[in-house]
Design a protein around this ligand. Structure first.
Ligand SMILES: Nc1nc2c(c(=O)[nH]1)N[C@H]1C(S)=C(S)[C@@H](COP(=O)(O)O)O[C@H]1N2
Ligand SMILES: [Mo]
Length: 331
């Protein structure tokens, strides 16, 4: 069976890698159950497809006349990436040397991209052929895909039976942490600023409010903070909706709302969401800690953690569409 390994194995691996990369980003973007399930299941199936092709690829590798250092690096990165993905699902969230399984997973995937591009340049002659689209080949591909799908379902079943971390993860794949365990998390390079909570003011489309004034207008808001590094936490935030803080007429005329941190970190939201975006000053009845956004942070239920701008200094109304920004923060 493995003797047929060759160009088509490589093509299938490439298609799976590209698909897994794309669905990985979709899974990061999804915050609500349906899109999150579609993205994470597709991502899992594609990842499992890569694992299943390992025996075929081993034959291809064994037949190769020479193996470069770059190819070994690529292989190593992809194997670590896959391994970390399985650890994330079946072991759960945790830190080893300050890194969570997802961070290893995404980090190795990103580093692998340029290495893969180099690999493809060296093996250009392996491109697709017309016959790859013959009915027979498509049928074979379909059977392979269905087999992987069944394999995925079986793995999910095993996970559910074992009842461990895999069974308890939510649609986005995240694992539960208690409200008291919320770790201070940054997206990439942001630093916790030192702020004077008493003197801090938030500029709300031109008018300023102190944290104490915000607290006075707040109420308890239950929301789930779901970080893309593999954990989520349900908590009660002391928060006030942006719709009650921004001038109604100007809010109605605006297209988007930009929420800006003292650090420069920022996210843009559709103006129509002003009723479901909140400024919070406390969580579980206690003032925010410096690491988790004190004195004022955004609470954005149904959106992944990277939207929950911490250390908010300004909320700005804008005529630009909400999508006019990098899909993920760059800092
Ligand atoms: N200013 C700023 N806000 C930020 C971030 C950041 O890096 N800078 N990280 C975001 C990410 S990725 C998450 S998951 C949450 C984490 O909030 P926490 O520190 O309370 O866990 O904050 C978000 N808000
Ligand atoms: Mo995050």
């Amino acid at each position: 069976m493995f003797r047929r390994a060759g160009r088509r194995t490589n093509l299938a691996l490439l298609a799976l890698l590209v698909g897994a990369f794309g669905t990985g980003w979709l899974a990061f973007a999804a915050g609500t159950p349906v899109p999150a399930t579609l993205a994470t299941v597709a991502h899992g199936v594609l990842g499992l497809g890569l694992v299943v092709l390992i025996p075929w690829k081993s034959v291809v590798v064994r037949r190769a006349p020479a193996i470069t250092m770059a190819s070994c690096t690529l292989l190593g990165l992809i194997l670590i990436c896959l391994g970390a993905g399985f650890v994330e699902v079946f072991v759960g969230y945790g830190l080893v040397w300050g890194l969570s399984p997802i961070q290893v997973h995404v980090g190795t995937a990103l580093v692998a991209v340029p290495v893969l591009v180099g690999h493809l340049m060296r093996h250009r002659r392996q491109g697709p052929r017309r016959t790859d689209l013959s009915r027979r080949r498509l049928l074979q591909t379909g059977i392979f895909a269905a087999g992987i799908g069944v394999g995925y379902a079986v793995l999910e079943g095993v996970g559910a039976l074992l009842g461990g971390a895999a069974a308890r993860r939510i649609a986005t794949g995240s694992h539960r942490l208690g409200a008291a365990e919320i770790p201070a998390t940054t997206w990439l390079f942001d630093r916790i600023p030192t702020l004077d909570a008493g003197g801090h003011r938030v500029d709300l489309a031109g008018s300023e409010l102190s944290a104490a004034e915000l607290t006075a207008r707040s109420r308890p808001v239950a929301a789930r903070l779901d970080c893309t590094s593999g954990w989520y936490a349900e908590a009660i935030w002391t928060a006030v909706p942006l719709a009650e803080l921004l001038p109604t007429d100007r809010l109605q005329a605006a297209v988007s709302i930009e929420v800006i941190s003292v650090t420069g970190y920022r996210r843009r939201f559709p103006a129509a969401e002003a009723g479901v975006l909140f400024l919070a000053t406390a969580v579980q009845g206690r003032s925010l800690s410096p690491g988790t956004g004190a004195p004022v942070r955004l609470v954005a239920p149904y959106r992944r953690g990277f939207w929950w701008v911490k250390w908010v200094s300004e909320v700005r109304l804008s005529g630009r569409p909400a999508w006019a920004q990098s899909p993920f923060p760059l800092q």
